[in-house]
Design a protein around this ligand. Structure first.
Ligand code: FNR
Length: 353
């Protein structure tokens, strides 16, 4: 980095692509590869972005857009923006303040963060540093007592929403990582997993739908399944009384050759028939991408790599800049498509070429 990581230098970065370039310049090559990479041939990773590019907006004219409002109600809470920070593990490898910087930025902007099970800083530390209570993302270990303890820690921190990641029975084949995650994660911090048994294995290949019932019996938090991409599974989730879904392919880091997130959205939305909110993540790089997802039925969207670019480039100020840019693009985009509030959006705003 030739520039200091001040707010002023972050303000000079005009869009997420510029933040991405600044992040590339500030990270060691192996950390950059870990952040950017996907599984196998990274087809799904590329599709997540490309599939937005194949869609086009159908703006409406002569609508009063003088007072745009991006707020929404989600799980009984009023949120200022439909853009959330997706769970990203080990944020301490991107910036020494890791999740604390991301959480402070999210709190400063009134946006909701989802803290990963494998975070560098624990969910309690995140709450203490930011004053904001995030959602908690759960990876299970084969040791149920450990899972139960993790849930307890999230509840003690005040979390109201639990996102169970269901697309990682095993980790995807990520060949772009020159080094293993543990080598990258040089810090000895264990975050949420500190002092828990079996914490080295955060995947459980034996997990089935019964685990959702097990969770339901043990927590009052809302249960959101992250990684649902088919109508079949959306229907099963609905039958299990799940509270919400996130359409996601883990940013192309798990199964390769799956469809782009945005290409999975319509069937999931139609299967839940309005019974629960459906969120989407993967490939959102402009406010107009978020608008397309919201128009096609997403209640909200999450971004992963984009806020981490900000974190790597400038810590809290960088994350704030990433969120600020996306939010400004969202507001301007809504005005230009003629939808001053989110509930005005519907599928008629999106068309193929
Ligand atoms: C992730 N993702 C992720 N998901 C999850 O459920 N738990 C986790 O710990 C992580 N960790 C993680 C690390 C890194 C470096 C990346 C890039 C992603 C997936 C993440 O929540 C989200 O699904 C994607 O990042 C969304 O795609 P975009 O926005 O990065 O295109």
């Amino acid at each position: 980095m030739t520039q200091p990581n001040t707010s002023a230098s972050m303000q000079a970065l005009l869009n997420l692509r510029e933040l991405e370039r600044a992040a590339a310049a500030s990270l060691a090559p192996e950390v950059w590869a870990y952040l950017q990479g996907g599984s196998d041939d990274m087809v799904t990773l590329g599709e997540n972005v490309a599939a937005f590019g194949r869609r086009f907006l159908r703006p409406r004219r002569l609508v009063d857009v003088s007072a745009p409002d991006t707020s929404l109600e989600l799980f009984g809470e009023r949120l200022a923006s439909p853009i959330l920070l997706a769970p990203v593990g080990f944020q301490g490898i991107f910036h020494p303040e890791g999740e604390l910087a991301s959480a402070r930025a999210a709190a400063a902007r009134g946006q909701r963060m989802i803290v990963s099970t494998v975070s560098t800083y624990s969910v309690a530390e995140v709450v203490a540093a930011s004053g904001q209570v995030p959602w908690f993302q759960l990876y299970t270990t084969p040791v149920r007592a450990t899972t139960q303890a993790l849930i307890g820690r999230a509840e003690d921190a005040g979390c109201q929403v639990l996102c169970l990641t269901v697309d990682a029975p095993v980790f995807g084949n990520r060949e772009s990582h020159g080094t293993t995650l543990l080598e990258l994660n040089a810090s000895s911090r264990k975050g949420n997993l500190e002092g828990l048994d079996g914490a080295s294995a955060v995947v459980d290949a034996s997990l089935t739908w019964e685990f959702v019932d097990w969770l339901r019996e043990r927590t009052r938090m809302r249960i959101v399944l992250k990684g649902i991409v088919t109508a079949e599974d959306a229907t099963l989730a609905r039958e299990r009384g799940v509270d919400g879904l996130i359409v996601s392919n883990h940013g192309g880091r798990q199964l390769d050759r799956g469809r782009a997130s945005i290409d999975c959205l319509a069937e999931v939305v139609s299967a839940v028939e309005g019974h629960m909110p459906v969120l989407l993540d993967g490939g959102i790089r402009r406010g107009t991408d978020a608008i397309m997802a919201l128009a096609l039925g997403a209640a909200a969207v999450c971004v992963g790599r984009p806020f981490v670019w900000g974190l790597a480039a400038g810590g809290q100020a960088g994350v704030e800049r990433a969120l600020e840019v996306l939010q400004a693009e969202l507001v301007r985009g809504l005005q230009l498509v003629g939808a001053p509030t989110l509930d005005r959006l519907d599928a008629s705003f999106v068309g193929p070429r």
